[in-house]
Design a binder for this molecule. Structure first.
Ligand code: UD1
Ligand code: UDP
Length: 375
């Protein structure tokens, strides 16, 4: 029987981390599948860090990132440039991940080409089209187009069924972020990088609060308030060190450097390579973030997380008690952080290990499902 053709497309750091184990799983099954990887390079440096760590060389690289890019051009460019790739490779199946512009635009282009669209990390919802913006609509549009929905949890499957998605097309797999994490934690322990060795020396024995942030709906006023909160925490807890790998988006870098640049116990650094970031999460006492992926990784590492968002499409960790939502309210970020640091019982409760997002076998389930359709 002729091999079917599979195109895996991603563009940003989190998609790359979560699709890397899927690329490997498809390549392992090369007797059945012809697999190619296309990166839109909606991100450049932050994507390349991940490609290097997972040793993935894309077959197609659209190299689209522009400094301070806007949603209109990015979306249009992805659709236009994918046409050539789709016409050249003629995939039977196209795989997209999550909720970025790459995800939505690729699913539209793949639909135009007639390929089956497979949505990995399907069914996450806040039901608020402005939060996260534009991700909630990106994932809803992708959900409408997709032929196969790989939902990470029961909750995400239930969201899809509420939208009248045919239940036969939904498969619960767990989240591939856990596949990536399990594989990478081993590598980090075996061979710490030079960055980790340097960080170990700089951090010494200090307690660390790790911070990340980038969401579009927090740009402007939201980031001003977040930075003010971090500054207050740093001043009130001089014995602590706040480590903040700053996202490369200029709309993030500007307020962060302006407000936090000169504070002695705040360390602003470039985005860490994935393996170094995992080490840093493990080394931290608590994490303050607006990231989706970090919310999923932290429960597996037993790290309490304050999420600087008003809504989350990842209720599982909130229900498990590892994650609390604090929005971008300066007072609330400060009071919740200080309370958590001072209240041992509460801290212990939030540090309990949980695994609501998967068991590390999501990619195997995805590939097995596709194989079952083909046999
Ligand atoms: C994007 C996704 C968001 C995801 C996030 C992960 C959309 C609309 N947004 O947001 O869903 O959570 O990635 O980080 O799809 N930049 C660099 N180098 C890089 C990456 C970014 O310089 O490697 C700068 C560029 O100036 C770029 C800007 O950041 O124009 C914004 O990148 P973009 O992908 O549009 O938005 P993110 O905020 O990164
Ligand atoms: N991450 C990383 N280096 C960093 C910060 C985060 O490799 O300096 C990883 C993190 O482990 C997680 C992913 O990037 O897997 C999250 O990406 P981001 O927060 O940019 O996007 P989101 O998950 O919110 O879409």
């Amino acid at each position: 029987m002729a091999k079917t053709k599979h195109l895996i497309v991603f563009g940003t750091r989190p998609e790359a981390i979560k699709m890397a184990p899927l690329v490997k799983e498809f390549l392992k099954n090369n007797l059945h599948f012809e697999t190619k990887v296309c990166v839109t390079a909606q991100h450049r440096e932050m994507l390349d860090q991940v490609l290097e760590f997972f040793e993935i060389t894309p077959d197609f690289d659209l190299d689209l990132m522009k400094p301070n890019q806007n949603l209109y051009n990015l979306t249009a460019e992805i659709i236009v440039q994918l046409k050539e790739v789709l016409e050249e490779f003629k995939p039977d199946y196209v795989y997209v991940h999550g909720d970025t512009s790459t995800t939505m635009a690729t699913s539209i282009a793949a639909f135009y080409s007639g390929a089956k669209v497979c949505h990995v990390e399907a069914g996450l919802r806040t039901h608020n089209k402005w939060s996260p913006f534009p991700e909630e609509i990106n994932r809803q549009v992708t959900g409408r187009i997709a032929d196969i929905h790989f939902a990470p949890t029961e909750t995400s499957k239930a969201n899809l069924l509420l939208e009248n998605i045919n239940k036969e097309s939904v498969v619960i797999t767990g989240n591939t972020v856990i596949d990536a994490l399990m594989e990478s934690v081993e590598k980090v322990t075996e061979k710490p990088s030079k960055t980790i060795q340097d960080l170990e020396k700089t951090l010494g024995k200090k307690d660390i609060i790790l911070v990340t942030g980038h969401r579009r709906e927090n740009h402007g006023d939201g980031f001003e308030k977040i930075c003010k909160a971090l500054k207050t925490i740093a001043i009130q807890k001089p014995e602590l060190l706040i480590v903040y790998p700053v996202h490369l988006n200029p709309k993030v870098k500007e307020p962060v450097n302006r407000i936090l640049g000169e504070i002695s116990n705040i360390m602003l650094i470039d985005p860490l390579a994935y393996q170094d970031f995992i080490w840093m999460m493990n080394r931290s006492k608590l994490i303050i973030t607006d990231s989706g992926g970090v919310q999923e990784e932290a429960p597996s590492l037993g790290k309490p997380v304050l999420v600087m968002r008003d809504t989350t499409e990842r209720p599982e960790a909130v229900d498990a008690g590892t994650v609390i939502l604090v929005g971008t309210n300066t007072e609330l970020i400060v009071s919740e952080t200080l309370d958590l640091l001072n209240n041992t019982e509460r801290f212990k409760h939030m540090s309990t290990l949980h695994n609501p997002y998967g068991d590390g076998k999501a990619c195997e389930r995805i590939v097995n499902h596709i194989q079952s359709l083909e046999s």
